[in-house]
Design a protein around this ligand. Structure first.
Ligand code: FMN
Length: 453
């Protein structure tokens, strides 16, 4: 029998993350995102449901202008205001025992030395439950916020990410040997100098002497995630990632993507199953099919197509706000989300997709409407296509998660589609049985590589 699915809760420290307009539903509490209680309560709820991860998306700038301005983002709360998720992590760790905490951090926003130190500190504080979603920031505004004139070109961003991960791998895996921290009160010896190393990284963009200031945390390197399915993105994931967040339009497309990416993983000398795939899906749940359909219609009433297009276009490098909804999108070559375009062509295979298709597909794609049993039937098909887990996209917080936990997960457990208990140990041990990255991962080459203290 195939393994049970794993579950990640897709959230952002903001009001309107993906399903724009849903915050207006009476039960929606995502406007409380400034409150630490809001997030602690959610983390405890997810742990009650035995979710694997709370996955925080994050951006460090607005998407590209919509109708020539950034007005729409402010007026609709499209990821502004948005708060830093990393700051929440230690409170969430303190209030939970098993839940993995996955933080998005762009190569743009922090120097790798500083980032490595923060993550190691959090990995200690959480007993090894931290994950990192590696992103390269796809909006010009983000890059201008950090002093650049314009966004760095698509494939060059991934080359930048190659050096960034190299620096943090050296700090996490190579700077401290096992057993370097002694803390012997009798002798007064705190650390073994011969087991702590400078890394002396000297690359195109970074020069970092080291040593890492934090002694090895339970996982050393956090569990590594990536989202982005362009050729360069998949190459990066195949080399580095242990989890990939995908948004395939249907199970067959997911299977093709997974098979091809796993082939790349093997080409990198890694075991194909060392990369796990989490498909983004949202759920509208009813005790009858009619009730589920009624709830889906109520959700559609509040969803705002213009905001959904503003978000989608923000990664395309084209201001779709200037076009009529029936304009064909065409074969746009863009520095932004190449995978969005490929996805649109896959989802509308028989004709040229339009701006309206983009809005409709963005809000409906990955949406499963039905009774818990019907949802379980569909998830079985997704699992058979090869996904390892589901990234549960919310319409409302906490409602989308509590309904899934209370009504769908029990049915999934009865059918062997979801775990009944947490495994013990770190986030990586729960997922793979190991605390540390396997020897086949590129980060492992830095173990023992720096010897001259
Ligand atoms: C499910 C999912 C979640 C993402 N989350 C973030 C995020 O939180 N922050 C961010 O800057 N980019 C995020 N992205 C964008 C990706 O990191 C990537 O830049 C984008 O998909 C384009 O990559 P590609 O051209 O390789 O396909 C996300 C993408 C997907 C599919």
């Amino acid at each position: 029998m195939s393994a049970p699915l794993r579950f990640s809760a897709f959230v952002m420290n903001t009001t309107s993350h993906i399903l724009h307009g849903a915050w207006r539903l009476p039960e929606a509490q995502q406007t409380r995102f400034n409150s630490l209680d809001h997030w602690v309560e959610l983390a405890k709820t997810l742990e009650r449901g035995k979710f694997d991860y709370i996955f925080f998306a994050d951006v460090v700038g607005l998407y590209d202008d919509y109708q020539g301005s950034w007005r729409k983002f402010v007026e609709s709360g499209l990821q502004i205001p948005s708060n830093d998720p990393t700051v929440l992590a230690s409170a969430l760790a303190y209030n939970t025992e098993h839940l993995g905490i996955v933080l998005t951090n762009s190569i743009l926003q922090s120097h790798p030395f500083d980032f490595a130190r923060k993550i190691s500190t959090l990995d200690h504080a959480s007993n090894g439950r931290i994950g990192w979603n590696i992103v390269t920031s796809l909006s010009g505004n983000a890059w201008r916020n950090f002093g650049f004139d314009e966004i760095t070109a698509h494939d060059e961003r991934y080359r930048w990410a190659d050096e960034y991960v190299d620096v943090v791998y050296k700090l996490w895996e190579g700077s401290w040997d096992d057993g370097a921290l002694i803390q012997d009160k009798a002798s007064g010896l705190h650390g073994d100098f011969d087991k702590v190393h400078k890394i002396n990284h000297d690359g195109k963009r970074y020069r970092v002497e080291g040593p890492h200031l934090v002694a090895p945390s339970p996982q050393r390197t956090p569990v590594l995630f990536q989202a982005g399915s362009s050729a360069a993105g998949r190459r990066f994931a195949a080399r580095n990632a242990e989890g990939q967040f995908i948004v395939s339009p249907n199970p067959a497309a997911a299977k093709a993507l997974i098979d091809d990416t796993r082939r790349l993983v093997a080409e990198n000398g890694r075991a194909p199953e060392d990369l796990q795939f989490f498909q983004g899906l949202s759920f509208v749940i009813g005790s009858t099919e009619e009730e589920a359909k009624r709830k889906a219609a109520e959700l559609d009433e509040v969803l705002d197509p213009n905001t959904i297009i503003a978000h989608a276009a923000g990664g395309l490098g084209h201001d779709l706000g200037h076009y009529d909804l029936d304009t064909p999108i065409g074969d746009i070559e863009t520095e932004g989300t190449r995978s969005t375009l490929a996805w649109l062509h896959e989802a509308v295979p028989d004709r040229e997709p339009t701006v309206r298709d983009l809005a409709r597909l963005r809000s409906h794609h990955g949406r499963i409407v039905g009774t818990p049993e019907q949802i379980a039937d569909r998830l079985a098909v997704w699992r058979d296509a090869g996904i390892d887990g589901v990234n549960v996209t919310n319409a409302t917080i906490p409602g989308s998660f509590t309904e899934f936990i209370d009504h769908v997960l029990p049915v999934l457990r009865d059918r062997g589609l979801a775990r009944t208990e947490y495994a013990e140990g770190t986030a990586r041990r729960k997922a793979t049985g190991r605390d540390l990255l396997p020897d086949s991962h590129p980060a492992a080459t830095y173990r023992g590589a720096f010897t001259d203290s």
